[in-house]
Write a protein that binds this ligand. Structure first.
Ligand code: HEM
Length: 178
């Protein structure tokens, strides 16, 4: 996983859990200043998440989802670096429909990135988001979906899951309501 994700995770650890969070991140990942373009083992993400879950007495799944919310709705690093993507979308649905293109575009500035892929089925006031990734980080996806609503409208988007890779499906299908 690219260092930019670790930088946001480090930011998240400090923002949510203060000095304790910062220490736990450093101890779990061995990283002090991750390099945005560098590839670090995926396993280090889960080590940090598990350590933060232990610190906050939450389930790792809850921390993954909260990290997804933070990533898209709160992170100063993401808001600043990728302002152009946020500003070029007019509402949550419009932004969501651009997310596959955004991930493809980031592979140009972050060569070697292997981001998730998204497909969509547009039903008007509902959008089926189809997520595929060998990492199966759909718990992050759910937080990001909520965060998009927070970022644009100050309230989370509501979603329901139709199929999940963690339960044997080929792809995750999440129905988002606007
Ligand atoms: C400006 C907005 C966004 C940027 C710049 C961005 C960028 C990235 C980057 C750099 C990675 C790591 C890829 C790698 O290291 O191979 C990543 C992973 C991921 N992104 Fe995004 N992303 C954005 C928005 C979103 C949104 C809106 C969603 C969901 C709807 C999303 C879902 C995910 C997930 C679930 C991962 C984890 C990796 C995986 O599933 O394989 N991202 N993103």
């Amino acid at each position: 996983m690219k260092g930019i994700v670790f930088s946001v995770l480090k930011e998240y650890a400090g923002n949510r859990y203060g000095d304790g969070g910062r220490e736990v991140f450093k101890k779990a990942t061995g990283l002090t200043s991750p390099l945005a373009t560098f590839d670090y083992p995926d396993e280090k993400v889960m080590m940090a998440i598990r350590a933060l879950a232990e610190l906050s007495r939450k389930k790792p799944e809850e921390v993954l989802t909260d990290f997804g919310r933070y990533f898209v709705a709160e992170s100063p690093l993401i808001q600043k670096t990728y302002a152009v993507y946020f500003n070029s979308a007019r509402d949550p649905k419009n932004f969501l429909l651009k997310v596959d293109d955004i991930h493809v575009m980031i592979t140009k500035t972050l060569p070697g990135a292997t981001p998730p892929r998204f497909e969509y089925e547009d039903r008007g006031d509902e959008l089926v988001v189809i997520y595929r990734s060998s990492r199966k980080l759909c718990q992050v996806l759910k937080g990001v979906l909520e965060g998009i609503g927070m970022r644009y409208n100050g309230r989370p988007l509501s979603w329901r899951e139709e199929a999940c890779m963690l339960h044997g499906a080929k792809a995750c299908r999440v129905i988002v309501r606007f």
